[in-house]
Design a protein around this ligand. Structure first.
Ligand SMILES: NC(=O)C[C@H](N)C(=O)O
Length: 163
């Protein structure tokens, strides 16, 4: 239960912050370090920001870079924060990395806004990564999904298991 958790951040809405002068949201520094500190989380972990991209902009090379970072980690428990639109695609690319529990999470609303699901999802994913057996999982909105059989339901702001 006290294994080191390697956390990789890739961007997505969870890390978006509002730039008033630009009247738009852009991806800022990873939200997770402040979140864990403010919530008094003392689970051994380290955070690496791999990229700052909306997941709609991630290409094959980005996904290979995420896979390489996860595969190279000496930790057996890996948490990836990621945009929701393509987290199942990245989940499929991460399949087959042996002996690691890999949990991907994100948020429908930026961690920087009040009515965000970010803290709930990160807390849930942190529990999932410490308890699930090796494999790749999407942990969102209180549910664990198999990326191979899951789609994002945009209209419903949720993930849905297929089949
Ligand atoms: N909620 C989100 O994260 C959606 C965003 N377009 C992304 O996939 O990066």
């Amino acid at each position: 239960m006290t294994d080191m958790i390697d956390i990789f951040t890739t961007g997505g809405t969870i890390d978006k912050v509002y730039f008033d002068a630009l009247s738009e949201f852009q991806i800022g520094p990873a939200a997770i370090p402040d979140m864990l500190r403010e919530n008094n989380v003392h689970v051994p972990h380290r955070v690496t920001q791999l990229m700052r991209k909306d997941s709609l902009e991630l290409d094959d090379a980005d996904r290979e870079a995420i896979r390489a970072a996860v595969a190279a980690s000496d930790a057996s428990r890996i948490l990836v924060t990621h945009g929701t639109d393509t987290m199942v695609v990245t989940g499929r690319v991460l399949a087959g990395i042996a002996s690691k529990t890999i949990v991907i999470t994100g948020a429908m609303q930026p961690a920087s806004v009040r009515a965000s699901d970010a803290e709930f999802n990160v807390g849930f994913a942190l529990a999932a990564v410490q308890t699930l057996p090796p494999g790749v999982y999407v942990a969102m909105n209180g549910m664990i999904f198999d990326p191979e059989k899951t789609v994002k339901d945009r209209a419903g702001s949720r993930f849905v298991q297929e089949g």
